[in-house]
Design a protein around this ligand. Structure first.
Ligand code: AMP
Ligand code: MG
Length: 413
């Protein structure tokens, strides 16, 4: 079918990839930094390189429970050595090691200077205050050298490193208790719509509960951001202007839902143009049109569609990457997989479809089927689903048995 002949096909519409690239281009990492203790640094991004201060381990230590000795004293099986002392973790033995003797040593304990090997206790028979080695001792066995993990002066991490559990552990091993990290991006979010009512108030005719804002808060809670909820803003030019003025003073990113469709676009455009700029993007995707993107003062502005499924889909595809980018985190392309379709899916050519779907493995094969109700208002299908089936722009559907592209929610949410 000729896609250009179809009313869904808009040659000026951006692809999802183009829109993502433009969002990322505009949402560069925040520049300000904060000092954080290790207790609160997980998930944060280093603002500067960090160098090792210490050799870790700081000395030669034993890797085993056993006996520290000179290998030359136990070249042959059956060698008998006098037990001269004891070295435990935190309690080094500070005597000199006479020839032909050994020291009982435990894991993590300092190896006496005169010893050059540790024999595992399993390879030794204890005879009163002597030991007998069951086999010849190897040189330098079971000894961890100083700096084998990290060396004083070496660069541990570069600026931009994300601090996960391993990094936090390494920093602690270095006696580094505080780090310089990028501050968290600040996000202000609100809902627009005269029909919206808070969850804890009863509905009058024509009203609905404001579900988007709770969904937004839940989505935002998964990111290292400081989120502020401005509540429900009515469809009123002055009210929206006031909210944006205030948000523009404190936020790196202003996130709204609703009020960006053709009917509302005029006054949003007017307000945003007073202090910034805005583009109403037609993105060749379904659900998810329209999306407003621009800035207001210093803040970026993303106006998501009001329909809940569209809002959540565009959050996953555009806002999540924007938040990661603002936080200084790496942003990877979401990874898709191929799965075999269990049923026919309907679609009109012109836009890339993100159909709510359930993917699972049956007899070792990934199979996928619809999660039901594909309307952009049917959020319940979103909660039944665990993935989007991504149907290409030109496609007019997909048939049972075909292999289709699947974007698991775990890549987005
Ligand atoms: P809009 O983008 O404002 O034209 O809204 C499109 C659809 O989404 C309408 O049916 C709205 O009632 C609905 N909608 C807008 N905002 C919300 C919200 N915060 N929670 C639930 N539904 C909403
Ligand atoms: Mg509205």
């Amino acid at each position: 079918m000729n896609a250009a002949a179809c009313d869904e096909f808009d040659p000026t519409a951006l692809t999802v990839e183009q829109a993502r690239a433009a969002v990322l281009e505009a949402c560069r990492a925040v520049a300000e930094t904060r000092t954080r203790s290790l207790e609160t640094a997980t998930g944060r991004v280093l603002a500067a390189d960090v160098h090792a201060r210490l050799d870790v381990p700081p000395a030669r230590v034993s890797a085993m429970d056993g006996y520290a000795l000179r290998a030359a004293d136990a070249r042959e099986a059956g060698a008998r050595l006098h037990l001269a002392g004891h070295s435990a973790a935190g309690h080094p033995w500070d005597g000199a090691l006479p020839p032909g003797s050994c020291v009982r040593i435990l894991t993590g304990a300092v190896v006496p200077d005169d010893a050059d090997t540790v024999v595992m206790q399993e390879h030794v028979t204890v005879e009163g205050d002597h030991i007998r080695c069951d086999r010849p001792a190897a040189d330098n066995a079971n000894i961890r050298g100083p700096g084998e993990d990290t060396r004083s002066g070496e660069r541990l991490y570069g600026a931009g490193q994300v601090l996960g559990p391993a990094e936090i552990g390494v920093l602690a091993s270095q006696g580094i208790s505080e780090v310089e990290v990028l501050r968290k991006p600040r996000v202000v979010f609100f809902s627009t719509g005269d029909e919206l009512v808070p969850v804890d108030e009863p509905l009058e005719p024509g009203q609905i509960h404001d579900s988007n804002r709770h969904m937004m808060r839940s989505l935002l809670s998964r990111y290292a951001v400081k989120a502020r909820d401005y509540g429900i803003i009515p469809d009123d030019e002055d009210a929206v202007r006031e909210a944006l003025e205030s948000a523009g003073r404190e936020a790196d990113l202003i996130l709204t839902t609703g009020g960006v469709s053709v009917g509302d676009a005029d006054y949003i455009t007017r307000i945003l143009q007073e202090r910034g700029e805005v583009g109403f993007w037609k993105i060749a995707m379904k659900p998810g049109r329209p999306l407003a993107f621009g800035r207001f003062g210093q803040a970026r502005f993303i106006g998501l569609p009001g329909n809940p499924v569209s809002a959540m889909a565009t959050f996953g595809l555009f806002v999540g990457p924007a938040l990661r980018s603002l936080a200084g985190l790496p942003v990877a392309e979401p990874r898709t997989l191929r799965a075999r379709l269990c049923e026919d899916l309907r679609k009109r050519p012109g836009r890339t479809d993100y159909q709510r779907a359930i993917v699972e493995t049956e007899d070792g094969v990934d199979v996928v089927r619809s999660a039901g109700g594909q309307g952009s208002h049917q959020l319940s299908a979103m909660s039944r689903a665990n993935a989007f089936v991504v149907l290409p722009r030109e496609a007019d559907g997909a048939r049972a048995g075909e292999w289709v592209e699947v974007l698991p929610f775990s890549e987005l949410y």
